[in-house]
Design a protein around this ligand. Structure first.
Ligand code: ADP
Ligand code: ZN
Length: 681
């Protein structure tokens, strides 16, 4: 008898065993899609393994037969199957769900997919600009050389490409992929978010034309499938895409580049919680491909991996255009006295920033002003009784918006009209507190009535196409001042921007997350890097209430190494990654009581697990405690952190945890395991 281990795209904790009917023996192989009876229906299934014997603990009479094979070719290569199995195991995720996450949704349907022409291309081709190769400077050439050498070498290490903002990393990527094309091989460029990198996409399209696929969540199902097929059939040799492009079905994968490798969006934070950055390293390893991790602000973990010899390292210290890094000035908002005329006074914009804006406007240059809070005011406070208007589903303050005029919850979109009276004491003394981008935009319009001001945040650019429009208006200098949230901080190359203002550098410093100093440093360095990229010198003004904070000082001094050294000591002292490996067990239910009870019960179960594995002394359990965002969308949330000395020990614990969760579900309480958590809120 021939059997197949089948992964079903459902939250099941293992594969299921099916009999291969005689007619399909020899046809069904690992990686193929099949249709199988599942519960009362027919489901698609993915063949993981073929065996001649049954798994030991299976009773033969329950086994059903595979109905049919769905395609002529396998959809997963053996390397891809290895990656999917690794991800399922490492992230404690059901194998079927992992398979599902890795392919276009069309392939989850039972229908055999017919090949037909799709008239709608995924991305319109941009005008051919800038498609000729640039002559690399010596730093770029050295980096390219080491990538090319690695492509054909047997023993590979990931390459950390650390290049200051504007150092010309894109040209290095382009030439590296040209080399891949010459070898008749394939490559993947991962980017954090496509709509924020139109320039990069454009450069790839103009250099490689039809031979590049674009893959991201903004595509329709049909477009996504179309791109997937182009990749599988070798019609393109390179894909530029977000996280899930890591699963591009290339046969001869030789190079993966992870752009902005520090970016938190490589971590999927809903459903199957995997890290695309780390999984890309694993995929490269399986294919013996070269992997390049690139950033102006590599994450602390990556830098330490270089220092400990696990990664090779290249530093691009200068900007490719010859421009200098911008001058960064810090404004101490505690001591700011307004020296502006009365009508130009502002709580948001310091006199220094005001003057700097005035100056660049007079020279017809452009400014970016960064404020990481959208809306008009952060919350509304009743000055009589102290009441703050909160979301009933999420227990966090509602944000005051002007366009449209509503109080909106940024987590669940719950909204109410802006109140005139306090709901608690009926007082009329309501005051908007804290400033958001809407208010900044309004204030600027008063201060600089003749200039063209635009705002780019989630509210003004729900659609990717809108973001593109904003960014191209910026490129064409139709905007003088662009106000925005972190959307404006990333990757853009606007040569005429000579001033970047950070309105409040403190917003991200004190989040209850061990990475908040690092995030702040990265964000400030990245946003600063937008200034002075062309032939005019750039300036950055950072407003803060904590001018002596290391994240701010090291940004001012362009001192990445100084920051990492300090951060390393902090992490070591407090036993945080990479000096430890963490997993976060998250609990959520409809009542705080159920959640906290379950979480507390799990603490003692975890202690028992550690005892029985003889690792109690090495493992630290933190909590359980309510999550910083205690209630979201009506669910009460708690978490329990596991800190283990290495991934092996962590995975031993998680194997047991996962087994218990699957075999005895906790009534009414959802439990999820987040391995290497990034979002601790
Ligand atoms: P990064 O991604 O490293 O921040 P970019 O790739 O956006 O930097 O490059 C910054 C600017 O430098 C771009 O305008 C690019 O065209 C230019 N550039 C890159 N390499 C060279 C080079 N070798 N000579 C001249 N200009 C270059
Ligand atoms: Zn809410």
């Amino acid at each position: 008898m021939h059997y197949a281990q089948i992964a079903i795209p459902r939250p099941l904790n293992s594969t299921l065993t099916y009999i291969i009917p005689d007619s399909l023996i020899g046809k069904i192989k690992p990686g193929y899609r099949v249709s199988v009876p599942f519960r009362k229906h027919t489901s698609v299934g993915f063949v993981m393994e073929i065996t001649q014997t049954l798994p030991k603990d299976l009773v033969c009479e329950n086994i059903k037969e595979i109905k049919d094979i769905l395609d002529n070719d396998p959809i997963f290569s053996t390397q891809m199957l290895d990656l999917l199995k690794w991800m399922s195991k490492y992230y404690c995720a059901p194998i079927g769900e992992v398979c599902k996450a890795s392919i276009p949704s069309k392939l989850i349907q039972i229908k055999p997919v017919k090949r037909r022409k799709i008239s709608e291309p995924a991305e319109k081709n941009f005008s051919k600009i800038n498609s000729a190769q640039l002559t690399l400077n010596s730093e770029q050439a050295a980096a390219l050389n080491s990538i090319i050498n690695s492509l054909s070498s047997k023993d590979k290490k990931p390459i950390l490409l650390h290049g200051v903002t504007g150092s010309g990393k894109t040209e290095v990527y382009l030439q590296a992929f040209e080399e891949v094309e010459k070898m008749n091989a394939h490559g993947i460029l991962l980017v954090p978010e496509i709509s924020l990198t139109p320039q990069l996409v454009q450069q790839f399209q103009s250099r490689f034309g039809e031979k590049v696929a674009i893959y991201h969540s903004g595509l329709t199902d049909a477009q996504r499938f179309h791109e997937w097929e182009k990749i599988r059939d070798g019609k393109v040799f390179v894909v530029v895409g977000t996280r899930s492009a890591l699963f591009a079905p290339f046969k001869d994968l030789k190079l993966i580049i992870v752009d902005e490798e520090h970016d938190a969006s490589y971590k999927q934070d809903e459903g199957f919680l995997y890290n695309g950055h780390d999984s890309a390293i694993v995929r490269a390893n399986i294919h013996n491909a070269t992997i390049v991790l690139a950033s102006a602000t590599p994450c602390v973990e990556s830098f330490i991996n270089y220092e400990s010899g696990k990664y090779n390292y290249h530093y691009l210290a200068t900007r490719a255009t010859g421009a200098l890094l911008p001058d960064i000035e810090i404004v101490d908002m505690r001591t700011q006295r307004n020296t502006l005329t009365k009508e130009k006074q502002s709580e948001i914009i310091s006199p220094l920033l005001f003057k700097a804006i005035e100056e660049i406007l007079s020279k017809k240059e452009q400014a970016l002003l960064f404020l990481n809070r959208r809306g008009f005011a952060n919350f509304i406070l009743c000055r009589d009784c102290g009441h703050v208007f909160e979301c009933p589903n999420c227990n966090i303050a509602l944000t005051h918006h002007m366009l449209p005029k509503r109080m909106i919850c940024h987590y669940c979109e719950f909204a109410i009209p802006v109140p005139d009276l306090c709901v608690k004491c009926n007082g009329a003394n309501l005051k908007p507190m804290g400033q958001g981008t809407e208010q900044l935009e309004e204030e600027l319009a008063k201060m600089f009535p003749d200039s063209k001001i635009a705002r780019l945040d989630k509210d003004t650019s729900t659609k990717a196409s809108l973001r593109k429009t904003f960014l191209s208006s910026m490129q064409q200098q139709k905007i003088d001042i662009l106000v925005g949230t972190q959307i404006i901080a990333k990757g853009h190359d606007f040569p005429n921007v000579t001033l970047v203002g950070v309105i409040n550098a403190d917003t991200s410093l004190h989040l209850p997350d061990f990475r908040s100093y690092e995030r702040t440093f990265q964000l400030l360095t990245q946003v600063s890097g937008r200034s002075g990229r062309g032939d005019k010198p750039g300036k950055v003004i950072i407003q803060t209430f904590q001018p002596e904070h290391p994240s701010i000082i090291f940004t001012r001094d362009h001192d990445f190494k100084g920051f990492v050294d300090t951060e390393k000591q902090n992490r070591k002292a407090l036993n945080y990654p990479p000096f430890t490996r963490m997993a976060n067990i998250r609990f959520q239910s409809n009542t705080d009581e159920t959640t906290s009870k379950t979480a507390k019960k799990w603490l003692s179960m975890l202690k028992t697990i550690c005892n029985s594995l003889n690792i109690s002394d090495d493992v630290h359990l933190l909590g359980p405690a309510p999550c910083p965002l205690h209630k979201i969308r009506g669910k009460y949330r708690w978490q329990l952190l596991i800190k283990a000395p290495n991934p092996k020990i962590l995975s031993k614990i998680l194997l047991r945890v996962n087994h218990i969760i699957n075999s005895s579900p906790s009534a009414g309480c959802r439990i999820t395991i987040d391995v290497d958590p990034i979002n601790m809120m």
